[in-house]
Design a protein around this ligand. Structure first.
Ligand SMILES: [Zn+2]
Length: 334
């Protein structure tokens, strides 16, 4: 019998892991940060950089008898601003060590320059895939205004994939699970079978495998969905009882959830294939055929979805990319 999500939260709390739900200005709603009452006293993710989020973080820590100044370790699960915006303030006030994936450290330390390059990368990608220039530019300015919710942070404890982090009462093992973002890292308590997964797995929404610049600083487009599916298959093999997410409720049957997500991507891939088989189309045209005219803010998200599934078809040699020098179209390979 698996637990209910509420029981899972209770069990995590008994293990000293407390979910702090911090508000964000984004459509996703609150972000889950986790306080781990152990030595070192640890916060997993800090929420976005806003006064409201900071107030709530302080009051929710105070409910458990702690202050930001008491924190000794801050763990950053990935590079998205709803999770790391307050990291700099928390680290400065507390003097806490900051642990994150080592290969993401440079990126986390250069937030604004990197965000700017990300936006340029995204614009280039949108134009190459048929999104009209005015939409791409509009999205770029939306992204710029969002940037104030982020911050840079110096990683003092760079983690390797598979590295064990010892605490007084537990060991957490860090695993790199890229896909939703290039730096997604999950934290595994094997003894208690509790997995802190952040946005790698979310119960109520499919974690978008967003196209993003690789961590090595190159501008080559990675196959985000292909990477994400491989990451999910690895997590599927873990004997987790409780998966604590970056948003929403805990996951109590991650195998069923992952199987469901993989099946959904498979169905979507076939839908994309059908559209390409009807006639060659670029990714923007495929997105429009699937979802109609989407809001500007959703344009990059849907593009990431389409290109992710087209990548799978290209890798299966069912579809090929036809590049006219300006725009990439997809056509059947036959
Ligand atoms: Zn998130």
């Amino acid at each position: 019998m698996s637990l209910t999500p509420d029981q899972a939260l209770e069990q995590a709390a008994l293990a000293g892991i407390h979910c702090l739900r911090i508000p964000t200005p984004f459509a996703v709603g609150r972000v889950n940060c986790y306080l781990i009452e152990d030595e070192p006293l640890t916060l997993v993710d800090a929420g976005p950089n806003s006064g409201k989020a900071l107030d709530e973080l302080q009051s929710q820590l105070a409910e458990r008898g702690h202050a930001i100044e008491d924190l000794e370790l801050l763990i950053v699960t990935h590079q998205h601003i709803d999770h790391l915006g307050l990291a700099e303030i928390v680290a400065e006030r507390s003097g806490a060590e900051v642990a994150a994936l080592g290969i993401a450290a440079e990126r986390l330390a250069n937030f604004s320059e990197d965000a700017e390059r990300d936006d340029e990368f995204a614009v280039g990608l949108m134009l190459r895939n048929g999104i009209p220039e005015e939409v791409a530019r509009a999205l770029q300015s939306v992204s710029r205004t969002f940037r104030s919710w982020g911050s840079q942070v110096q990683v003092t404890k760079p983690l390797q994939d598979g590295q064990a982090m010892p605490f007084r009462d537990r060991v957490l093992q860090a695993f790199h699970r890229p896909g939703h973002s290039p730096s997604d890292t999950i934290f595994w308590d094997e003894e208690r079978r509790i997995l802190i997964a952040a946005d790698h797995l979310i119960a109520h929404i499919s974690s978008n495998p967003l196209l993003a610049r690789p961590l090595d600083g190159s501008d080559e487009r990675p196959q985000a969905l292909v990477t994400y599916l491989a990451s999910m298959r690895k997590t599927r093999e873990m004997p987790a009882e409780i998966v604590l997410s970056g948003h929403g409720e805990p996951i109590v049957d991650h195998v069923a959830l992952i199987d469901d997500r993989i099946a959904k991507h498979d169905r979507r891939k076939e839908k994309v294939y059908k559209l390409i088989a009807e006639q060659p189309r670029n990714a923007y045209e495929i997105a429009q055929a699937m979802w109609g005219n989407v809001a500007v803010t959703q344009a990059f998200l849907t593009l990431s979805e389409v290109i992710g599934h087209a990548d799978l078809l290209v890798n299966e040699s069912r579809v090929r990319e036809v590049d006219d020098g300006q725009v990439v179209r997809y056509a059947t390979a036959g």
